[in-house]
Design a protein around this ligand. Structure first.
Ligand SMILES: NC(=O)c1ccc[n+]([C@@H]2O[C@H](COP(=O)([O-])OP(=O)(O)OC[C@H]3O[C@@H](n4cnc5c(N)ncnc54)[C@H](O)[C@@H]3O)[C@@H](O)[C@H]2O)c1
Length: 417
């Protein structure tokens, strides 16, 4: 066993190592924060069969945990993580996946967690084989929550790269950074507009193409259950971040994702009586979101305004599962989207954040934003700053990936949800 004391070392919001015990505890904390199942949503026997793509982090992890606890899903989670080496720990998502497998087993739910490229056809085949052989040949739900910098299209072999840029003109925005001692600074940054095929490339990675490919692949194998429902995660956000987000290259990809939902919804309606929607979620601190200029400042100010009123991903995803499984009716906006971001986008909240944004400087930021929360959230993404963990104690870093061939039922534990 490779045991050592791990201290956080970071470059900006990126940490070099992840803490296995802290990552496991953060998963347990998310599980606890997920609302208990309603009587209608908690099957005693086998629950619905679900696939979560992007299950190791952020909203996809929230989908996996909320699905297990709130509606008793069984099925498959897919993510792309790196295991431990001699010199480096595994990625945080690796450790969170190991902890997720333990929780599923304790709840008596059969959950297979696969590590690999969700964009590839071989991963789609592997999942389809599992649905066919292990889960009765019918998939009830698919939640698509991938955030990736690159995608190789298996049909053509072309690799696309996504970029975070405004469209049409440069975007000058305030942004929040921390120096090596963790001292916050509010800076102005300018991002040059998209050029060449930046928009097409970003749409090819973060738009709806791969989600559609998953559905088509599973449909071609006859694996979509009657009444199948699917949701892909989206974001709209504030006018403060619109130039870089919703009106930028990533926003073009989200518009494509939402158009794909409409196409899929029609197709699923006529073939299996199913539904496809996008789920628009609120701002959350994740590895992907902290990479977007201005978003760290915005999220810190949002928490400053809302405090505990900022709804964590696992609570939003519990609400999404209720709608996907029919425990609650699908509640769609005029564009056919599930809106789990309404707490963020009320006029009052947005006006208060905008007011603070205007006066935010390095000198004032500590009074305006909840910086302790924001920094701790960033560290928690890597298993640091998790309450209850003894960071002075050595910890084993070579945690194995959960064995896809072991069954929850084999363990003989059935703790219920
Ligand atoms: N973070 C936010 O504020 C926010 C708000 C609303 C919606 N969303 C949306 O939620 C979705 C997920 O974003 P997030 O912020 O939770 O991201 P994240 O970085 O926390 O998680 C991304 C997940 O995708 C997986 N992944 C990446 N590349 C993969 C690949 N090639 N194959 C398989 N898995 C792969 C990772 O392993 C991880 O599980 C995105 O669509 C995002 O736009 C995010």
């Amino acid at each position: 066993m490779n045991e050592r004391v791990l201290t956080p070392r970071s470059r900006g919001f990126l940490f070099l190592d992840s803490h296995p015990a802290g990552c496991a505890q953060s998963v347990a904390d998310m599980w606890d924060a997920c609302p208990a199942p309603t009587p209608a949503g908690a099957p005693d026997g086998d629950g619905p069969v679900a696939l979560v793509v992007g299950s190791s982090a952020g909203y996809g992890l929230a989908a996996t945990l909320a699905g297990l606890k709130r509606v008793g899903i069984r099925g498959i989670g897919v993510s792309f993580e790196k295991g431990p080496t001699e010199r480096r720990t595994a990625t945080a998502g690796w450790y969170r996946t190991a902890a997720t497998a333990d929780l599923a087993r304790a709840a008596g739910r059969d959950l297979v967690l696969l590590n690999g490229d969700a964009f590839s056809d071989s991963m789609k085949d592997q999942v389809a084989d599992l649905v066919e052989r292990r889960f009765g040949g019918r998939l009830d739900h698919l939640v698509y929550s991938v955030a990736a910098p690159r995608r190789t299209d298996p049909a053509t072999g072309t690799t696309y790269a996504s970029v975070l840029k405004p469209i049409g003109r440069p975007d000058r925005t305030k942004t929040l950074v921390f120096d090596e001692e963790g001292v916050p600074e509010v800076r102005e940054v300018e991002t040059a507009p998209a050029e060449g095929d930046d928009v097409e490339q970003t749409v090819a990675v973060m738009g709806g193409a791969d989600w559609e490919r998953w559905i088509d692949h599973l449909a071609a194998r006859g694996l979509l259950a009657e009444g199948f429902t699917t949701a892909a995660l989206s974001y709209i956000g504030s006018s403060l971040t619109a130039a870089i987000y919703r009106q930028g290259t990533i926003g073009a990809a989200k518009a494509h994702l939402e158009a794909t939902a409409r196409t899929l919804n029609e197709r699923l309606g006529t073939t299996v009586g199913g539904r496809a929607v996008t789920s628009v979620n609120g701002a959350a601190v994740t590895q992907s979101s902290t990479a977007i200029p201005g978003i760290a400042l915005y999220t810190g100010l949002l928490r400053g305004v809302l405090g505990e009123g900022l709804v964590p991903p696992v609570r939003q995803l519990a609400a999404l599962w209720d709608q996907l499984t029919g425990v609650a009716p699908l509640d769609l906006d005029a564009e056919g989207r599930v809106r789990l971001d309404t707490w963020e986008l009320t006029d009052g909240v947005q006006a208060a954040v905008a007011e603070r944004w205007k006066t935010a400087t390095t000198a004032t930021i500590a009074d305006l934003a909840d910086l302790d929360w924001f920094s701790a959230e960033v560290r928690r993404l890597y298993g640091f700053s998790v309450p209850g963990i003894d960071y002075a104690a050595p910890v084993a870093t070579d945690v194995p990936w959960p064995d896809p061939t072991s069954h929850a039922r084999d363990a003989g534990t059935r703790a219920g949800s």
